[in-house]
Write a new protein. Structure first.
Length: 394
């Protein structure tokens, strides 16, 4: 009886529920692969339950009043631009909840729900430490599956199942999310590598497995991390900075040839030559969605919308998969500024240059790739990783 009580303490329940958010993603992949379903709400339903749990653990007296007010303000912006200004909300409310405006408002605000809950926990450090260990075990196991999938060409483990496109993502079924998780995982291990808490061979294995995922944002992240390391962490950083400056000049002149060579290596991209421009292939057609959103804003927004946002005013609306612009659509220009201010306030430290540099690279890649702020798993990992990096001696 005593052991049972010790196992199911409030702290352990929180750890288990946070860990299950990652486990359900893996189960979701298996369910979708071995069933006739196009979509599964297994993971999504669990995340609603997780949010309710987090909400119940918040002690609002421990949260800075300014942060509560600002969070409620951008939530109010979203509610007004949907319930008051959205002309089709009443006729499309089910779709808005499941995959539209309400869904994305909920996902984008999850990070602050997590922060407020986390700052209310008595054993915050213990919870973060244990959840980080569980996440690491899950991603190590998934990395092994990625390598096995690449060696034996296992369709279940492919990034793009039943496609000629290169890539294996293990038991994660959304390429944007798995790319973000591995960007965070590499960042976490890189920080530990600097602290000499992990061996280079382990870090190198995770980097190689991440390359097998086959997404361009992973390549961009690794390039930026490589430049950051040799420009700011290396003992010969001044020499390397000059070298990277020359590389930047070279890249500006020959970027078209570089990207054409990259795309020519894979038959999937060669088949799209006649359909899309080089720029569209580089951004995976996100540039076209950006143009569509620009036209949508011009047609459907009034002055108030520019301040407080307003997406999904038409049935054909599709959100921009670039997280630099998505908060503007959801919360407006003022709301996006408040959102990013709260994010910076809770993640960055004025005197931790290494942590801030890593976070800036992560944010830059997230801004371009999309599904960053909207990923519950990514926000859990990012905030816990950020806490781990807090005030660490370098």
């Amino acid at each position: 009886m005593v052991r049972f009580k010790n196992t199911f303490t409030k702290t352990n329940i929180i750890i288990i529920m946070l860990a299950l958010a990652f486990v359900f993603e893996l189960l979701n992949t298996i369910v979708l692969y071995y069933s006739d379903l196009d979509k599964s709400r297994l993971s999504g339903c669990y995340k609603v339950l997780l949010q309710l749990m987090l909400l119940l653990t918040i002690s609002f007296c421990k949260i800075p009043r300014k942060q509560i007010i600002l969070s409620l303000l951008i939530l109010l912006f979203a509610l007004i631009n949907q319930f008051v200004l959205n002309p089709i909300f009443t006729s499309t409310w089910q779709k808005q909840i499941l995959q539209g405006s309400i869904y994305f408002v909920d996902r984008f605000l999850f990070v602050f729900l997590l922060v407020f809950a986390c700052n209310s926990w008595k054993e915050k450090d213990k919870i973060i430490k244990k959840v980080l260990i569980i996440i690491e075990v899950i991603l190590i196991t998934n990395s092994v599956l990625i390598v096995l999938g690449a060696i034996f060409d296992i369709d279940l483990l492919k990034t793009y199942s039943n496609s000629l496109r290169f890539g294996w993502d293990g038991l994660f079924n959304r390429q944007n999310q798995v790319s973000t998780l591995y960007i965070l995982f590499i960042s976490y291990l890189y920080y530990k590598l600097i602290l000499k808490q992990v061996k280079f061979i382990y870090f190198f294995f995770i980097v190689i497995s991440s390359l097998l995922i086959g997404t361009k944002v992973i390549l961009l992240f690794l390039l930026l991390l490589f430049i950051f390391h040799f420009s700011f962490q290396s003992l010969k950083k001044n020499l390397y900075r000059k070298g990277f400056l020359l590389f930047a000049v070279f890249f500006c002149f020959f970027y078209k040839s570089i990207f054409k060579t990259y795309f020519s290596m894979f038959s999937f991209w060669k088949d799209l030559d006649s359909k899309y421009s080089l720029v569209s292939k580089i951004f995976s057609t996100r540039d076209l969605v950006l143009i569509q959103n620009y036209e949508y804003v011009k047609t459907n927004w009034n002055f108030v919308n520019y301040i407080i946002g307003g997406g999904w005013y038409t049935k054909e609306y599709r959100i921009i998969e670039m997280d630099f612009f998505a908060p503007i659509i959801i919360f407006g220009f003022l709301g996006a500024i408040i959102y990013l201010y709260l994010f910076v306030l809770n993640f960055f430290e004025s005197r931790n240059k290494l942590k801030n540099g890593i976070l800036l690279i992560i944010l830059f890649c997230g801004f371009l790739s999309g599904s960053f702020f909207a990923s519950v798993n990514a926000m859990i990992f990012l905030y816990f990783m950020s806490h781990y990096m807090k005030n660490k001696p370098i």
